[in-house]
Design a protein around this ligand. Sequence first.
Ligand code: B3K
Ligand code: ZN
Length: 882
Amino acid sequence: MRTDTGQIVHLADYRPTDFVLERVDLTFELDPTNTKVEARLIFHRREGVDVSVPLVLDGDELSLSGLLFDQKEMPASQYDATPQSLTVRDLPAETPFELTITTFINPEANTKLMGLYRTNGVYCTQCEAEGFRRITYFPDRPDVLAPYTITIIGDKAANPVMLSNGNFLGGAGYDEGRAFAAWFDPHPKPAYLFALVAGDLGVVEDTFETMSGREVALKIYVEHGKEPRAAYAMDALKRSMKWDEERFGREYDLNIFQIVAVSDFNMGAMENKGLNIFNDKYVLADPETATDQDYANIERIIAHEYFHNWTGNRITCRDWFQLCLKEGLTVYRDQEFSSDMRSRPVKRIADVRNLKSEQFPEDAGPLAHPPRPDSYREINNFYTMTIYEKGAEITRMIATVLGHDAFRKGMDLYFERHDGQAVTVEDYVACFEEASSRDLKQFFRWYVQAGTPLVTASGAYDAASGEFTLSLEQMTPATPGQPNKEPVHVPLSFALILDNGSIAEPKSVTGGEVTGDVLHLTERSQRFTFSGISSRPVLSLNRSFSAPINLAFDQSSADLVHIARHDSDQFSRWQALTDLALPNLTKAAADAREGHEVVCDDAFVSALLECAGDSNLEPAFRAQALNLPSEADIARALGGNNDPDAIHAGRKAVHEAIAKAGEEIFVRLYDEMKTEGAYSPDAESAGKRSLRSAALSYLTYAEGTPSRAAEAFGAADNMTDLAQSLTLMAHRFPDASETTAALASFLTRFDGNPLVIDKWFSIQATIPGRDALERVKGLMENPRFNAGNPNRVRSLVGALAFGNPTGFNRTDGKGYDFLAEQILAIDKKNPQLAARILTSMRSFSSLESVRAAKARKALEKIQKAAALSTDVRDIVERMLKG
Ligand code: B3K
Ligand code: ZN
């Protein structure tokens, strides 16, 4: 199965390899520009495969410098080597044989950050999805599993640390200042989980005792001097290990678990067996340099990568079409972990916000694809919000449909049955079918249909009969390549809330299946009737966001206010406030566009302020409510012909109206929510800070000057408050002298700490308005910017394109032209990064026509460029095709 040629790969073409890989033995002789890799691979021909069939191994920019067959030189007539493949003929019919393949690679020149590369003088690898083939010729696919022995040889002084997967076998210094280290990973694994790290790093050590009483050594490697900033990551790791034992019965399986933080990394982190490699942004934290959000992200990502040990590593994917099998499930697991560590409703709100603002637009645009796609051109482009977040929602729905116990039984069966295997989504779902005796055939459509289902609801109460009738319809919109959709199984958590706030218990329900508080919508259209309802109830539907759908339910403001006040499901209270906010925000956008005055609905403003001032509600929840739907959310609600300037202006006016009406409450909250004593990143303290910062934001609207934010900046004793107040100043008063002074003092204070300077970059890159482009261009000239480092590029180019709707979508189209230029430049070095940033334009066709036409032109310019990577070509062509 060749996937690096830009050709389309189809799920239907899957077949097992012709040869079975039994063992892998790798020796690396490290050199920054000329590393020697010797791979000894033992294979045998799969039963039934004809003796004439050759062995074909994958490569990527490789050149073969030696090939032995059972330790003897292989005659040149028996093989062909190209940069992309090695084909070996005339191999034995049955007996196992050994190939020894020698390649030389140049880690220093590897700017794609796939395969073996260098980051700040450290050797490091990234192999998922297809990076291993940049190290040696190999059957580089996830269904080829083998145990690995690794020997690393390198300059001793330069590489006091030499790591790979599995358990440490031994190491020592020898001739001419060189040293070696050997590692053995007994758990058969695919090549994408291979890792190697070597260099001069500091380490933080701890231990963990597993549920069966084994001691596991825990090590986190960071650059020297940064050790104290790894303490929180270590704590998060130990909590993750414990949680996976308690919640899922999963125990760790090696005697060592290692994490390495590196500064050049294409994504967040990687779950290599026993040796996770992290973007240092998701390891390093202290109160002075990390925000509450950074701490929460570290906790979540440390957990996510650790959880992959069972969901991804012990049980992996048969092929890359099954990616959501490991990613969606592991996101579900990390979401549950964070919910247990923090506030469950607040976590759910944050996750749903993220799903709606990132995955829903993907699902509604040209890049829409099913969670289990059936073809791809570039697998790197499928590490998407749909695979991860919608994938997690699907597992969450399975848990909802089955109930807690049957879900856990299904998971247990999955771990027991498939341990050590590379499996499919069908295998996964079959475990839940067996554990619950429920047919999940219709449910399976969630995996293979793209697009967000739209559920339309309407309710009617008949006092005479005491019946409440709920009519539901579902429709999934057409997506690229899928014009017609079948109805899916939508589990809708619901409550009928009575006048006094209590929840009605219907005598009976007809019209479809109901389990507990979940309605099962399975037809295109269905009518449920609830009997024995004594007075008109208010229906709260899709509580906790039990299904990832768009819900069209024309509820009155009064009903929404009732839900916002009374629902026992906090998520639904937040959802009701959002449903009240959105029409105000879309109307404000329309008014701003027409030059009309923006007026807000009183019912909405007072419900929001009531929530803000309600001390029975946790501060983090109130902060979420005050944090109005984003400009992207408003654009999505408007649906098309969008003018980002009008959306921004309307949203600002709504904020001002709320700020004026609630000034007293905000003054009080600003005082009350002050945290005392030393900084602690725990959820409760973070919640107070977030509510205080929301209050500060509204007060800044009410007061119209930067003074209060400047004062907060001066008084801040932690990065959360500091970054928040700086953002407020910069975004609201970019030209004020206070802002200039604060930006300068921030820079001086944190100069030399690139992760904090990234915040300084992105705060400025997201200042609304047309000047953002010039600002970003200017900052790219700053010596602290480095176009080769993904975090730096994301903090300027990424922040402008993803996080600054007015700055990026200039009417003159200059934002798009700039992005096109940048994409072409980045693509030459790092195609994966270029393709990812380009997806920021995925919703261009919902812009008003002047901008949309200019955006299209910029995309066409990219498409026409010579020598485009497969990554960028795939994205740009799908976006243009629509
Ligand atoms: N599995 C990796 C992502 C790999 C991305 C390759 N382009 C990290 C994660 O999801 O945990
Ligand atoms: Zn993952």
